[in-house]
Design a protein around this ligand. Structure first.
Ligand code: SAH
Ligand code: SF4
Ligand code: F3S
Length: 447
């Protein structure tokens, strides 16, 4: 049978989708690049904001007609919902979409093959397959790195999952469960496997990657910085990144790692969410604006060219004009290389959804526009500053034009070149000559 995975949401979901693809291909299923050509549809869903949830339900509507058409012809057809919506809205899915065969939470995706087999054998339409454990341990014990066969030159590697922070707006602690860190040996083994398949850049993933506490080969608990030094020793790795860091857990040893490790990119995604101490407190973020700024300063002290990106939420309950202005002020101070910003979206079970003073949609929209204009300007300025300089680029894909390749600089900027001598997977120094919309153009300096 042929499967198609539609992925929504964050990098961790992308990682889970590639691991499901590995497991399914090993079990003999064929990956289909087109939804209409598949007879197993897997939706790996995200619940972070309401829009993400709604997308699933409209996609399920289309999947239903494909399934009914197949059934009319007497053919098998399986629909599976995985990921964070599967965990957060299990009953809603089965109520609204009773034609779904299985609902599998993010910590159970290693059971995808057995879920399909069960779905194919069940005859009672009302009988659902639920797999909803919240523990990540079993998942990683079951996902085998020797199943990994096909990868691009830049890949994710999940080292930590789940979250114990309970920021008051966030659904993740309810969908991914408690924090779990993989053992160092497993991570290194997976990294080696990836490199043997041509991977040059690895991005270590964690909901709170800098609260990583995994067991080392010495039986002791290792921190993220210790793991970064060990990763740097893995032969063949050209670049290393990690995401997402929580500002409250950024320590001096992380800054030292940025100073010491050559392949560690001088770029950090450090979501601040708000520039108002009052709002940060209501969000339960456990740092103040000054602590956040100190953290940025410390990192720049150890690595002078460190660049930053961030996430922002506008319109959190109780956010006044003054609070919002404080957010703009903070962005002005940091000068981000890039950033994402979102309108606050109330989520089921979270504390903020029940708070007073919810902000009107119209105000959220106005604030978002203002903030995004500022962040866009900052990104343009950061990119303009690169003109005339040389950056190191890992080329990951073909561009729109003949002989054009696109890649990312160490500061995560998109860079395109036209040069027949360069191939996907090459890392090269590029002298930047021009900025076109959000992409930098340049030519190879030396290989
Ligand atoms: N673990 C990461 C973030 C994970 S979610 C961290 O702590 O930073 C990614 C981003 O989605 C968050 O940084 C936040 O900006 C945004 N987000 C999370 N919940 C949201 C909500 N209810 N409404 C709007 N944006 C939200
Ligand atoms: Fe969500 Fe906060 Fe955990 Fe990030 S740290 S996943 S925003 S609860
Ligand atoms: Fe979405 Fe779950 Fe990731 S809610 S952002 S897919 S952790």
């Amino acid at each position: 049978m042929r499967f198609y995975i539609k992925n929504y949401g964050c990098q961790m979901n992308l990682y889970d989708s590639t691991r499901m693809t590995d497991a399914l291909t090993t079990a003999g299923y064929t990956e289909s690049k087109k939804k209409d050509d598949a007879n197993i549809l897997i939706f790996n869903t995200c619940s972070i904001r309401e829009k993400a949830d709604e997308k699933l339900f409209s996609d399920l509507g289309r999947a239903k007609s494909l399934k009914f058409k197949a059934k009319d012809k007497g053919e098998d057809f399986v629909i599976i919902v995985c990921g964070c919506v599967a965990q957060a809205k299990t009953t809603e899915i089965t109520n609204r979409a009773p034609y779904v065969d299985a609902v599998i939470g993010p910590q159970e995706i290693h059971k995808i093959v057995s879920a399909i087999k069960t779905a194919l054998n069940k005859n009672d339409e009302d009988e659902y397959i639920f797999m909803n454990a919240m523990e990540a341990k079993e998942k990683f014990e079951n996902l085998q790195s020797n199943q990994i066969t096909k990868r691009s030159c830049s890949e994710f590697l999940t080292i930590q999952e789940g979250c114990d922070n309970f920021c008051t707006y966030c659904v993740v602690p309810y969908t991914r469960g408690r924090e779990f860190s993989r053992d160092v040996a497993d991570i290194i083994e997976e990294a080696k496997r990836l490199i043997s398949l041509g991977v040059k850049e690895i991005t270590l993933l964690g909901q709170n990657v800098n609260s990583y506490r995994g067991e080392g080969p010495d039986g002791k608990i290792w921190s993220l910085s210790k793991l970064l030094y060990a990763m740097a020793e893995v032969e063949g790795l050209a670049r290393l990144r990690y995401v997402t860091s929580n500002p409250k857990d950024v320590t001096k040893d992380i800054a030292e790692a940025h100073r010491d490790i050559k392949i560690l990119a001088p770029f950090l995604h450090l979501p601040v969410q708000s520039g108002s101490d009052k709002i940060l407190k209501k969000m339960n973020r456990k740092y103040s604006v000054n602590e956040y700024l100190d953290c940025i300063e410390m990192l720049r002290e150890y690595r002078h060219d460190m660049a930053f990106s961030s996430d922002f939420i506008v319109g959190f309950p109780g956010e006044t004009d003054k609070d919002f202005e404080d957010t703009l002020k903070l962005a002005e101070k940091v000068k981000y290389a890039q950033a994402y910003s979102f309108k606050y979206s109330p989520r089921n079970k979270t504390a903020a959804a029940k708070m007073d003073n919810q902000i009107l949609e119209k105000i959220k929209e106005e604030r978002l526009k203002i903030l995004q204009n500022l962040l866009n300007d900052q990104q343009n300025k950061f990119n303009e500053n690169t003109i005339g300089k040389t950056v190191s680029v890992l080329f990951t894909k073909k561009g729109k034009f003949k002989n054009q390749l696109v890649g990312r600089s160490e500061y995560s900027q998109a860079v395109s070149i036209c040069d027949k001598a360069i191939h996907i997977g090459d890392m090269a120094n590029v002298k930047i000559t021009e900025l076109k919309s959000h992409s930098l153009l340049g030519s190879i300096e030396e290989k």
